[in-house]
Unconditional design. Structure first.
Lengths: 438, 340
């Protein structure tokens, strides 16, 4: 029944949170980048860095604002649409979110004001400190929200009485088994996302021979970041995979489209998982590779989906494909870094047109990979909200489907309008190029 | 694992924390939203730019108190949060939509390149602020009237909040925020804008006085519990101080406007908000979910409250410090130019 209020609530949450994550994905990285740029300005006094800063700060302001307004929606949606979840897990997750507001949100918001508007009112040093504080604020925010989200995947440090979760050890709750992997994977993802945007925009400037001096500085900085972060990300991703195999093996089985428990499992590069027949059709496989990657042992055992009851399995198709999108983009990023290193070695980094075009295409790659990865991990946790302990369908708010339909349609319409406007303004700002100050 | 419940009444403390967070939100975002409500009535586009610039560095931090209120409610009173949120589903969604349009208007208006384009975000700013405020007022009215709860779950209907009293509180809050917005502008602008803000404040003063009287008279008749609390002897003799102080504040506000004072009106309006808030607290204490759940019943586990208490006690003072610092950096009158 399409008008099932729980399904509508799920769609709404998925939509609003996917939308929201795009913005911190950019602001975390960009705040870090702006800190570097401003530090370079203070150190070298070269106006080119201030100009680069002033170019990106306008874009940063828009993205940050979108992050705030879409974030407020989420903080209330947990209550409006998932009241059962709020009540049952409030004792554990409430304080974590409370700390996020206390230690991160206020910090970012207050110092953002100085960052944007305080140039002529505070010293250069204090302005730089404000930028750094905002960057730190975004990281603190990521810390708490990933702690809360990771706890939902690998809960520990709790006990349950009468269906309500209670905390027993806060260090165990925060530093739960998957937290450090997911936190580092996400933070590096945001830095990569930003790096590819900076890279793509400066590639476009080089292509059009606009703001060339600034473009060269930004292009090189971005590719330098990418060259360091993408191998690191692949390494962290691998570690996260091992962790997921240990704590949420059904998610890994879905990621790989593995139905039968087997040793020395083959990697399905492509295929179409079919839930009815419990198999993956048209599979293109590489023997032993899945076991090798997932367990670091060519004969390692991977549990297949069929070893779980049907009601305990997540939807396989979206997870399978989202995972491949993320991995595919990861390799495209790695390729970008390799080509950049080669071109730089040959002193031709700024001169190769097809590479500039490639970088332009890669501009949104971080966002797509990030969203794909989040789809894998969150859909992979289903049918549970708290893995193994609390099912999503059991804890939705009991409200009429008309209300949820109203809010869902409203959010979709409003978000598209606002996002459309934001994209328009950002593209226009980019189109103007980097302005000169002195 | 720490647990302070043996020597601290944590539910009471957190009741105060949530109340404080909501109050901070109401007075800080009150003037932001108030400016949005007043927006189309300003004498010129230049005035409008000055109005927006006067709050642009602060709106984000101010709105964060709303997130704080919601998060504190979730963390400290998860049962109350899980009941109140679905009970006011439509007003909350409408408020969120209003806040979206208000928030993005700040960023987009600065980026426009024509008057026509600017007008779009003028409307976004105004109607976003208006809708957010109106539905906050409705939520308040609905909250005062009480929520249907059975077995720790909301059992009322979709439209329980939709009635005369809530519509009235919605309108009342709109004028209230407009008043504090105008008082802020008196402080932060000069010449034409300030003059206009001052005349707006005069009108708003009387309208707000009317609504405060209306709400104060109407509320005790909503529920016997409230009636008894206010009018029973000897309560009535102690509580009489609230209406007396309110009247004195109004007189002081009026005088400060006549005397063309710059900061006093804003301070007086804050006093007014404090007094109204106090009046509400008298009516609603000790319910977390009127009139079914006491805040002790709706509170989170004492271990959760204890953990959060450490955070709140250490960090809230720091937040207040750097917030004051931020306002200090942007002291003085605002200009109409683009600022970054």
């Amino acid at each position: 029944m399409f008008f099932d209020p729980i399904l509508l609530a799920r769609i709404q949450f998925a939509f609003t949170i996917s939308f929201h994550i795009i913005f911190p994905a950019f602001t975390i990285g960009l705040a870090g980048y702006l800190s570097c740029v401003e530090a370079l300005y203070l150190k070298t006094k070269n106006p080119i860095y201030k100009e680069i800063y002033k170019f990106w700060i306008k874009i940063f302001a828009i993205i940050f604002g979108m992050g705030v307004v879409s974030g407020v929606v989420l903080s209330y949606q947990i209550g409006t649409n998932w009241s059962g979840f709020s009540y049952k897990t409030g004792n554990v997750l409430g304080p974590l979110l409370g700390f996020e507001v206390l230690t991160a949100f206020f910090l970012e918001a207050s110092f953002l004001g100085i960052m944007l508007f305080g140039w002529n009112r505070v010293s250069d040093k204090l302005h730089f400190v404000s930028t750094v504080i905002v960057a730190i604020g975004t990281l603190i925010s990521a810390f708490w929200i990933l702690a809360a989200n990771s706890w939902m995947h690998t809960p520990q440090g709790y006990f349950i009485t009468d269906g309500i979760f209670y905390p027993s050890n806060w260090l165990e709750i925060i530093f739960n088994p998957s937290f450090l992997y997911r936190f580092s994977h996400m933070v590096v993802a945001t830095y990569l996302t930003t790096a590819f945007v900076v890279c793509g925009v400066s590639a476009w400037f080089l292509w059009r021979k606009k703001s060339t001096e600034h473009a060269k500085v930004m292009f090189k900085m971005a590719l330098f970041f990418i060259a360091i972060f993408i191998p690191l990300q692949i390494f962290i991703g691998d570690l996260q995979g091992l962790n997921t195999l240990k704590y949420q093996p059904v998610k890994v089985a879905a990621m790989e489209g593995i139905w039968e428990t087997e040793k020395g499992a083959a990697l399905t590069v492509f295929g179409i998982p079919d839930e009815k027949s419990e198999s993956t059709k048209y599979a293109i496989k590489i023997p032993k590779l899945a076991s090798l990657i997932l367990t670091h042992d060519a004969e390692g055992e991977i549990r297949g989906l069929k070893s779980w009851a049907k009601e305990d399995r997540p939807p396989v198709v979206p997870i399978f494909f989202a995972f491949r999108v993320m991995i595919g983009i990861g390799f495209a990023m790695l390729l970008t870094a390799v080509v950049a290193l080669i071109l730089n070695f040959r002193k031709k980094l700024f001169d190769v047109k097809w590479f500039q075009f490639w970088c332009m295409l890669m501009t949104p790659s971080g966002f797509i990979a990030l969203l794909a990865g989040w789809f894998v991990t969150e859909i992979g946790r289903q049918p549970f909200l708290v893995y193994g302990l609390l099912r999503t369908k059991d804890v939705a708010s009991v409200i009429s489907y008309e209300q949820v339909l109203f809010s869902l349609v409203s959010f979709v319409l409003v978000y598209f309008v606002i996002f459309g406007a934001a994209t328009f303004y950002i593209l226009r700002l980019i189109g103007k190029g980097v302005g000169k100050i002195g | 694992m720490f647990d302070f419940s043996n020597f601290l009444n944590l539910p009471l403390i957190f009741g105060c924390v949530v109340a404080l967070a909501i109050f901070m939100y109401v007075f800080l975002d009150g003037f932001d939203l108030g400016i949005g409500i007043l927006f189309p009535f300003a004498p010129s586009d230049e005035c409008r730019s000055k109005m927006m610039n006067s709050v642009a560095p602060f709106w984000d931090g101010n709105e964060t108190w709303l997130v704080m209120g919601g998060a504190a409610l979730f963390a400290a009173f998860p049962l109350a949060y899980s009941i109140i949120m679905p009970a006011f589903y439509i007003p909350i969604i409408m408020m969120l939509l209003g806040l979206i349009f208000r928030g993005v208007a700040f960023e987009f208006r600065f980026k426009t390149e024509s008057k026509k384009e600017q007008k779009i975000w003028d409307y976004s700013f105004h109607f976003g602020s208006l809708i957010a405020t109106f539905f906050q007022g409705i939520l308040l009215g609905g909250f005062i009237q009480g929520i249907k709860v059975e077995n720790k779950v909301f059992t009322g209907g979709t439209w329980d909040w939709f009635n005369g009293f809530s519509m009235m509180t919605g309108i009342a809050l709109t004028f209230g925020y407009a008043l504090i917005g105008s008082a802020w502008l008196i402080m932060k602008t000069h010449d034409k804008t300030q003059k206009w803000a001052r005349s707006a404040a005069f009108y708003l003063l009387f309208i707000v006085a009317f609504f405060i009287i209306l709400t104060s008279v109407w509320t005790p008749f909503l529920n016997d519990k409230i009636f008894i609390r206010w009018f029973m002897e000897p309560n009535i003799y102690y509580l009489l101080i609230i209406p007396i102080l309110t009247l004195l504040t109004f007189v002081s506000l009026f005088k400060s406007l006549i005397d063309k004072k710059e900061t006093k009106p804003f301070l007086m309006v804050i006093c007014l908000f404090v007094l109204c808030y106090f009046g509400l607290a008298v009516s609603l204490f000790p319910y977390a979910v009127p009139y079914q759940l006491l805040f002790g019943e709706a509170a989170a586990a004492s271990t959760s409250l204890s953990f959060l208490f450490v955070g709140v006690a250490l960090i809230l003072p720091i937040i207040l410090c750097y917030t004051c610092f931020s306002y200090h950096v942007f002291r003085g009158k605002s200009s109409h130019e683009h600022m970054y």
